[in-house]
Design a protein around this ligand. Structure first.
Ligand code: PLP
Length: 450
């Protein structure tokens, strides 16, 4: 369209649309995307951008996949929707497929978003304990810097002060511990000599809170939106052992790390742990339709079978498990299997890491962190003092990438002044050449700004 036509759309957008997350000024000149093509998106004026963030860490199969569209279309004609108080074939097939991917025995409860999947997990875990003879267990432990969703419980689990301002009080019963943030170790240790205090702190906090009051721990296998914080390899297993010792259930939030993104089917599989509950969304449908799931260890489900005293899970979600979304999700997972995308993701992750090592000596680059096909570049203004780079510098680098046709991300608001981690999470279908282009552009942007 012409410049004038674009401007007219922008005016309407300004008049009617409330953008997610962004401060007002930053929301005034949005990209208006009209088309997608593999890893690329195309705006109203026909400009093409390589989407190095897969939207919001979710369009794992890239845009405009006709087979996904076809799967949804066929299901819409068959039966678009029926409530999950009953059942339908796509939900049954998808639940079975998720169990294969999880390599375990889980019952699946469907919702629409990652936040809802986590809310559902919190309710199930509390009710489980109540019906398992331990009604005093109601608290959850999560990490500072983690993001678990926008609703009052999921936001309470979130460890990012800026996200909570003006919305408190949130749900009570959420306790936070420091994250496994080796670059700025909260315990003042260095990786060579530390004893993974970031894991043992869970035991300390469980004791301080009172072991019979703690219901669960929720964690992403690696913190993603909070700044790509990847734990030491032993960390998640140690937390699992502590949970077992105190009868606390472990919830893995796989909303971003799941579905191949980490180089394994699910992020926790990198650390050889079995969570009690796994929450998932985003990549479950490659974001083509809203869907999320809360997978609960099958033996925990037994506590919900009693016919008396409202022992069943009294929770309904009108759209949760929408048949079209389930059919599309099933096709997503089948396509990933056919294309061997999980193994490909591991390969791409290694390539990205190798290529990005060229950035390590740049004066603005304090730390580089990787988890599968996720990268975090922590920017500093001084490598010695590790002073976080200013929002202005971060903004200029993002803009320099955009002007070269590559969209990269940054970590979500954590605490003021610490939004200094650039993030990359390109679609898993990206080519080697496209991946190299992202790294090259990032390198140029860093040179331009510094
Ligand atoms: N959990 C994690 C780790 C996330 O990154 C997000 C969203 O970014 C959520 C939960 C919430 O998911 P949704 O935005 O679908 O509610």
């Amino acid at each position: 369209v012409s410049k004038e036509e674009r401007q007219a759309w922008i005016e309407k957008d300004r008049q009617y649309v409330w953008h997610h997350m962004l401060p007002y000024a930053a929301s005034q000149n949005p990209l208006i995307i009209t088309k997608g093509d593999g890893a690329w998106v195309i705006d109203l004026e026909g400009n093409r951008y390589l989407d190095a963030m897969s939207g919001l860490w979710c369009v794992n199969l890239g845009y405009s996949n006709r087979e996904l569209a076809q799967a949804a279309y066929e299901q819409l004609l068959q039966i678009p929707y029926y409530p999950m108080t009953q059942s339908h074939l796509p939900a049954i097939q998808l639940s079975e497929k998720l169990n294969e991917w999880l390599e375990g025995d889980y019952r699946i409860f469907f919702s629409n978003s990652g936040s809802e999947a986590n809310e559902t997990a919190f309710k199930i875990v509390r009710q489980y304990h109540a019906q398992n003879g331990e009604p005093t267990r109601w608290k959850f432990i999560s990490r500072y810097r983690a993001y678990h969703g926008n609703s009052l419980g999921a936001l309470a689990a979130t460890g990012q002060a800026v996200r909570k301002q003006h919305y408190e009080p949130l749900a009570p019963g959420f306790v936070h511990v420091p994250p496994p943030y080796c670059y700025r170790c909260p315990f003042g240790k260095s990786r060579d000599t530390c004893e993974i205090e970031c894991a043992s702190i869970f035991e300390q906090v469980i004791q301080w809170e009172g072991p019979d009051t703690v219901a669960g721990v929720i964690m992403e296998p690696a913190i993603t939106g909070g700044g790509v914080i990847v734990p030491p390899p032993e960390y998640m297993q140690q937390v699992r052992e502590i949970c077992d010792r105190y009868g606390v259930l472990l919830i893995a939030d796989e909303v971003i790390c799941g579905f191949g993104r980490s180089g394994k089917s699910f992020g926790h599989q990198n650390f050889a742990v079995k969570p009690d509950v796994v929450t998932m969304a985003k990549g479950i449908t490659s974001a083509y339709l809203p869907l999320s799931a809360t997978a609960v260890r099958a033996d925990l489900f037994n506590a919900f079978k009693d016919e008396h005293a409202y022992a069943h899970f009294r929770h309904v979600n009108t759209f949760g498990g929408n048949a079209t979304a389930c059919a599309l999700s099933l096709r997503t997972l089948e396509l990933m299997e056919e294309m061997e995308l999980v193994a490909r993701c591991e390969e791409l992750g290694q390539r990205m890491q190798e290529r990005m090592m060229s950035l390590v000596d740049h004066p603005l680059v304090g730390d580089l962190r990787f988890f599968g096909l996720i990268a975090g570049v922590e920017l500093v203004s001084d490598k010695e003092t590790k002073t976080p780079a200013s929002p202005e510098i971060v903004g200029r680098i993002l803009a320099a990438c955009k002007s070269r046709g590559v969209l990269i991300g940054k970590n979500s608001d954590t605490v003021p002044g610490q939004n200094n981690v650039l993030t990359l999470a390109p679609p898993l279908i990206i080519t080697d050449e496209e991946l190299d282009l992202i790294v090259r552009v990032l390198q140029e942007a860093l040179q331009e700004v510094h």
